[in-house]
Design a protein around this ligand. Structure first.
Ligand SMILES: [Zn+2]
Length: 88
């Protein structure tokens, strides 16, 4: 079972290609939603972050992309094969 992470600021799903910031408690925000309430722990592309931290394995795609940087606009089919049609 894979999970989808929502931004702690705006509550929207975070896409693999989104730029994110993690605070001291690894709470994840879009870069533009980060308030700076707690000190910054890390920042970067969400895709890089979920592979950087082992405890975030459940947010990784079920089928890794063939090439780095190849991020689909519809990420959900890579997570749970739901035939979602929504795009970025
Ligand atoms: Zn956000």
């Amino acid at each position: 079972m894979r999970s989808r992470l929502c931004c702690a600021g705006c509550g929207e799903y975070i896409y693999f290609s989104d730029e994110v910031r993690l605070d001291l408690f690894y709470t994840t925000f879009h870069t533009e939603c980060y308030t700076g309430q707690f000190p910054l722990k890390d920042e970067g592309t969400y895709y890089d972050i979920i592979y950087k931290y082992e405890f975030m394995y459940e947010f990784r795609p079920l089928f890794p992309f063939k090439r780095r940087g190849e991020l689909p606009t519809n990420q959900f089919i890579y997570i749970d094969r739901l035939a979602r049609t929504e795009n970025n």
